[in-house]
Design a protein around this ligand. Structure first.
Ligand code: ZN
Ligand code: ZN
Length: 246
């Protein structure tokens, strides 16, 4: 129905998902595209930190001293420019069009990264905060990844206790302290999943702990550590990563 489409585009003219500039087709404008940095350069396999080609895949100096619990860390984009805008619009405004575009653009990479038997587990947020906001962005991300990769995801297995301060408000050392005992597996849930045969032990594919933004790496480290109960290697994934050092 051509006239309907025409009417729709008059009501909702196509715009850039990131800066809302008008464009001929909804998506990313040329200017925003210039500021989207996929993280593809050589890096430390363990923590994802960029390394020179000769030193990749690491381990890097930090991982030699204090290796993170996860055995591999992958982040899709640098948390800057349009990627930062897209994530903020999504988390604060509830519009996930930009984030979906970022995942769609990385579809090929996601296909090579994930296997159909993999399981995605979002970094949990305290239930009290989830109740208050009704939102769980890491879980939304895990669901979108699962849809893209044809994998399973589960947001109930890994839990977070207490009323921790927001990670973004804390320094590196305070983050670690805050997180050290925050995560645990829901033992009853795990047992019921195993009894139903939904969650096999060990999980056939790889277990990925998923977060939207990786800053110091402390959250992914402690969330992965709690998943160590599953007795298999844990992998970490984030949509974006700040380029500051850990
Ligand atoms: Zn734009
Ligand atoms: Zn490293």
């Amino acid at each position: 129905m051509k006239w309907v489409n025409k009417g729709e585009s008059l009501l909702f003219p196509p715009s850039c998902f990131f800066c809302h500039a008008s464009v001929s087709k909804s998506g990313c404008c040329k200017q925003c595209l210039q500021h989207i940095k996929p993280l593809l350069s050589p890096s430390c396999l363990r923590c994802g930190q960029a390394l020179s080609e000769g030193l990749a895949p690491g381990p890097c100096g930090k991982c030699l001293r204090f290796p993170p619990f996860q055995i591999e860390t992958v982040s899709l984009y640098a948390y800057q420019g349009a990627v930062r805008e897209a994530i903020l619009i999504w988390k604060l405004g509830g519009d996930d069009a930009g984030v979906r575009w970022l995942l769609e653009t990385a579809r090929q990479r996601l296909k090579t990264l994930f296997q159909p038997d993999d399981l995605f587990i979002p970094v949990p947020m305290p239930l009290s905060r989830m109740q208050k906001s009704g939102q769980h962005h890491a879980a939304d991300l895990a669901r979108l990844l699962a849809e893209a990769a044809g994998c399973e995801w589960d947001w109930q297995l890994l839990r977070r206790h207490g009323h921790q301060a927001r990670q973004s408000a804390l320094s590196g050392l305070a983050r670690r302290k805050n997180l050290r005992k925050s995560f645990c597996l829901d033992a009853d849930y795990l047992t019921s999943m195993q009894l139903k045969g939904i969650l096999r032990k060990p999980v056939k594919g790889r277990v990925w702990v998923v977060d939207d933004i990786m800053t110091t790496g402390a959250t992914l480290h402690y969330a992965s550590k709690a998943l160590g109960v599953l007795q298999q290697p844990i992998y970490a994934f984030s949509l974006a990563r700040t380029l500051r050092d850990r």
